[in-house]
Design a protein around this ligand. Structure first.
Ligand code: NOJ
Length: 546
């Protein structure tokens, strides 16, 4: 593959969650013309491609990931003509377009499923996964990702269908070559509309245990890391390569051996994999981020993929809380920790993804009532917890820390009503501190998180060593510092981040002959070579190896 075809190796991506980006038609919901209205913002930020989260017509059960029509745009986001106009406008601005594709399931409202559930002889019946059912007892102990049994009775056929996510998201049967062919055609249909790539949703879910037996881990044991996904992915590969599409696999729980195979540039299926090994550390981040464990984990992946594949770098998306709240210090160091986290992950080896609002240092939503939540997973969790007798206050506290809605609040463009996102009440409440953290204010502040992200993007794009250079951890054997070097053709760069809210002391790095290129410490603060301030981040261009 030529370097031009591998444009994504030198690119910075930006994920847009259309519901919450910008509302152009004043109905409280963001939309595709709203994205178009903000192209100048994306240009100023400097990103090379956008990934648009699911915008297909849907049953609105799982925020667009329950698709009712794979070749359309949900009316709440606009029309197909709006989409085509948006793609053309983004391309004119030099920004490529990646779209989402939910491969594992459709909506229960999708015409395929409506037909499939009518009778066992319906031509679409075999598009889905069925087991005989008496309507009372689930066929086995498999559970859905969103809780409860993964089976839903279908009285018309005396069966139950599998849904590894919500009840309204029946799993497709990838054993069926017709399902594979449908997806091939859908990919071609969008390629004909000039998209540049796909983020393929939930690829680790596609293969299920064929024996339908009970499993030890009912949440993941029936689909995760089973042999047999490869033929399904191989069926998609020709249409993806023929159209030179960037392929990004969402691969929750993927093991490293599989990841290496799937990413192999000649025999693999994906250019980039979104694997989530590192984000689970946030669940252990109380009372303090386990920096040493995080260092070991990320280094393991960076080293394993060196020469074998390319990493996707990310700390946020629409399914995670805000990084400054889970990894950083949103109370004492909201600005500095947001910036430090940005430098820490973006300058590793791989293609960085920024999730909308991350570049503003947005924090968690701070919701205090269940009626503020919109996410199905969060609402289900709340009701399940209460049913087991868990106290309301405690459950709300857990949601405030981990709900997916934390990252789904609207983008504050200004400090005015509804953050200038809409002129009417948005579909979900705004996050906190809109007056402090918004695009208008941050774009005029040379010390803002937004300005720092702009600098990070420029440096990533302009320094070959920060793109292609080898990653080497410099282990500091502590629970505060994350230090690594990037090396390319004798050109060496050092990233040093204090990932704690306490001062850290470095080992004896001799940085005297090196140039400090970027830092998030205020210029008038004391910068000391040996003392690293809380959440201080430094990028050095090393003159020579120490
Ligand atoms: C992954 C998507 O990112 C998430 O939002 C969705 O809930 C699941 N797939 C199921 O569709």
């Amino acid at each position: 593959m030529t370097d031009t075809q591998q444009w994504w190796r030198h690119a910075v991506g930006y994920q847009i969650y259309p519901q919450s980006f910008f509302d152009s038609n004043h109905d409280g919901v963001g939309d595709l013309p709203g994205v178009q209205a903000k192209i100048n913002y994306l240009k100023d930020l400097g990103v090379d491609f956008v990934w648009l989260a699911s915008f297909y017509p849907s049953g609105h059960v799982d925020s667009g990931y329950d698709v009712t029509d794979y070749c359309g745009v949900d009316p709440q986001f606009g029309t197909l003509a709006d989409f085509e106009e948006l793609v053309a406008a983004l391309h004119a601005a030099g920004i490529k377009v990646v779209i989402d594709l939910a491969l594992n399931h459709t909506s229960a409202q999708h015409p395929w499923f409506r037909a499939a559930r009518q009778s066992r002889t319906n031509p679409y019946h075999d598009y889905y996964i069925w087991q005989p059912s008496d309507g009372q007892t689930p066929p086995n102990n498999w559970q859905s990702v969103f809780g409860d049994s993964a089976w839903q009775p279908n009285p018309a056929t005396h069966e139950a269908y599998l849904h590894s996510f919500a009840t309204a998201q029946p799993d497709l049967n990838w054993e069926n070559p017709r399902v594979q062919q449908e997806m091939v055609q859908i990919i071609q249909w969008w390629a004909d509309r000039h998209v540049d790539g796909f983020r393929l949703d939930g690829v680790t879910h596609l293969k299920k245990r064929a024996d339908f037996a009970d499993v030890t881990d009912p949440r993941t044991g029936y689909y995760q890391n089973l042999a047999g996904v490869a033929p399904y992915l191989a069926a998609l590969r020709p249409v993806l390569t023929a159209n030179h599409l960037l392929t990004i696999g969402e691969a929750g729980g993927v093991d490293m051996t599989t990841a290496k195979q799937w990413l192999d540039p000649t025999t693999g299926f994906f250019d980039l994999l979104l694997e989530f090994d590192h984000v689970h550390f946030w669940e252990m981040a109380e009372p303090k981020l386990p920096v040493a464990a995080l260092r070991a984990n990320l280094t393991k992946w960076q080293v394993a993929l060196e020469g074998h594949g390319w990493s996707a770098l990310f700390i946020e998306n629409h399914d995670l809380p805000r990084a400054v709240s889970y990894y950083g210090d949103a109370v004492d160091y909201p600005r500095r920790s947001a910036q430090a986290l940005g430098m820490w992950y973006m300058l590793m080896k791989g293609t960085p993804f920024i999730y909308q609002g991350q570049e503003l240092g947005l924090t968690n939503a701070d919701f205090t009532r269940i009626d503020q939540y919109r996410d199905l997973d969060s609402c289900n969790y709340y009701h399940r917890q209460l049913a087991t007798g868990a106290p309301v206050a405690n459950t709300l506290k857990q949601l405030a820390a981990k709900s997916r809605d934390n990252a789904r609040t609207p983008i504050p463009w200004t400090g005015k009503a509804y953050g200038g996102f809409s002129t009417t009440t948005p579909w979900i409440d705004m996050g906190p501190d809109v007056a402090q953290r918004n695009v208008e204010r941050e774009s005029h502040d040379p010390l803002s998180v937004l300005t720092f992200y702009q600098q990070l993007i420029r440096v990533k794009q302009s320094v070959p060593a920060l793109q292609t250079g080898r990653y080497e951890l410099i282990d500091t054997y502590d629970d505060q510092l994350y230090v690594y070097r990037r090396t390319y053709n004798g050109d060496n760069w050092l990233v040093m981040v204090n990932m704690s809210s306490q001062i850290a002391t470095t080992q004896e790095f001799d940085l005297t002959a090196s140039e400090l290129i970027l830092t998030n410490l205020l210029v008038d603060s004391d910068s000391d070579a040996q003392q690293i301030q809380p959440w201080e981040a430094r990028l050095y261009h090393l003159r020579q190896l120490e």
